[in-house]
Design a protein around this ligand. Structure first.
Ligand code: PMT
Length: 400
């Protein structure tokens, strides 16, 4: 996401001596054309005044979630941001984030962020080596933070050892990789299906589901950003489709099947995130069914399973990815689908909560590959989920 035409970086600054380097980080990001919004803890503001940061960023620094600009505005900033970087991150800040504590502007914003998050700790060596701090870092890594560990060197406290904040140059280069992804898929074609199918009952009524197309569109967007030629086949949606090489809009499962089969041979990678109706009415009434006092029985017949068909006909060099929207025993159901449909990878979404999965901005996935490697990701924005799935595919195909 971006602020105006520029991508927005949220720069979190907590109170450690290393924060003089944050000014350099801020300057480098703005030089490279990013918009930067700084968020400081009150301790950080004792080391360097917010004025220095606002002068360099061109925005007033957020230090208080309850300031005159309301908290809601801060949440809006979170939605627009492409990256959250906290440098330096103190042991205290990491402890709060690992425990889900949000008692100031920085921790509140960090907790609300679903964009990529990078934490750059800096502290005294003994603090860094303390098992509690190490445990917190492990929790943060498992919760989706990229942690750039401190380097060894002489510290402000006079000691020497690991604890020094990573150099700004390396921090910037790490962040740029997240902000502008590598073109793993140059020369490759990726076929993606997105959204829902609709199966007509009569001329105005249909059977469908709540898929919005957000997940599939995010994959298409990120695949383009990673250099792929993208063919996107999508069901009815209220969202504008992303800019791809070939975009085909369909309504029913039958139409989706035809469009997929027509384009399948040209695809190196297929990702089927669409929610396809398993059934359709046996007869479609012409006109609108009239209301009577009689009971109506709607006979449903099976729709073709497009993914299963692809699993049967794909050649050895094509990489096939399916999705599984699941509740209950998510892993086992997904494993069965992986095997039954002869997939290379299956993405299981937990759709037990309304805030993730169907028609939401976030998703929580676990992937299983054909070698039974399993990885669960925390709740992330759909763009971020898309990046992670595509990186996994690039790695499996040795495009990394
Ligand atoms: O669009 P959003 O609002 O962002 O929501 C995203 C999503 C939750 C719909 C998406 O992430 C997702 O889980 N998509 C698959 C949903 C689904 O239909 O799962 P399934 O378990 O019924 O199907 C398994 C796989 O077979 C899917 O890849 C599906 O595309 C495919 N399939 C299913 C039935 C069928 N007749 N043909 C198929 O190809």
């Amino acid at each position: 996401m971006s602020s105006g035409n520029k991508k927005l970086v949220l720069l979190g600054v907590s109170g450690g001596i290393a924060l003089y380097k944050s000014l350099e980080i801020l300057r480098e990001f703005t030089k490279k054309g990013f918009d930067v919004q700084v968020v400081m803890t009150s301790n950080a503001a004792k080391f360097v005044t917010p004025l220095s940061f606002s002068a360099l960023s061109g925005h007033s620094v957020i230090t208080d979630i309850f300031s005159s600009e309301s908290g809601i505005q801060h949440i809006e900033i979170v939605k627009k941001s492409s990256l959250f970087l906290c440098a330096p991150a103190t042991a205290n800040l990491a402890g709060k984030l690992a425990s889900g504590i949000a008692d100031d502007a920085l921790t509140t914003i960090a907790l609300a962020c679903t964009c990529p998050k990078v934490l750059v700790p800096a502290m005294n060596t003994n603090m860094w080596l303390n098992p509690i701090v190490q445990k917190n870092m492990e929790i943060l890594s498992k919760s989706g933070y990229e942690v750039l560990p401190p380097v060894s060197g002489s510290l402000a406290c006079g000691e020497s050892g690991p604890g020094r904040m990573e150099e700004p140059e390396n921090i910037i280069s790490f962040c740029l990789d997240l902000l502008t992804p590598a073109k793993f898929f140059s020369g490759k074609t990726i076929l993606i299906t997105a959204g829902r199918t609709e199966e007509m009952i009569d001329s105005v009524r249909y059977i469908s589901n709540r898929s919005s197309g957000k997940m599939g569109f995010a994959i298409a967007r990120q695949a383009k950003a990673m250099g792929a030629r993208v063919i996107l086949i999508y069901g009815r949606t209220s969202l504008p489709p992303p800019n791809v090489d070939i975009g085909i809009s369909v309504v029913s499962a039958e139409e989706m099947r035809n469009a997929v089969l027509n384009n399948f041979k040209n695809a190196d990678i297929i990702i089927k995130s669409a929610a396809v109706s398993d059934y359709r009415p046996e007869n479609v009434y012409s006109g609108k069914i009239k209301k009577t006092d009689e009971k109506i029985n709607l006979a449903l017949i099976r729709n073709p399973d497009i993914l299963k068909e692809l699993g049967r006909i794909k050649n050895n060099s094509q990489y096939l990815t399916g999705f599984a929207a699941e509740t209950g025993d998510i892993l086992n159901s997904a494993k069965l689908k992986l095997k039954d449909k002869k997939l290379d990878l299956i993405i299981a979404n937990d759709i037990s909560q309304k805030s993730i999965g169907f028609d939401s901005d976030e998703n929580k996935i676990t992937w299983i590959d054909k070698n039974n490697n399993i990885k669960s990701l925390p709740v992330l924005s759909k763009d971020r989920v898309a990046q992670e799935i595509l990186k996994k595919i690039a790695k499996d195909l040795e495009l990394h």
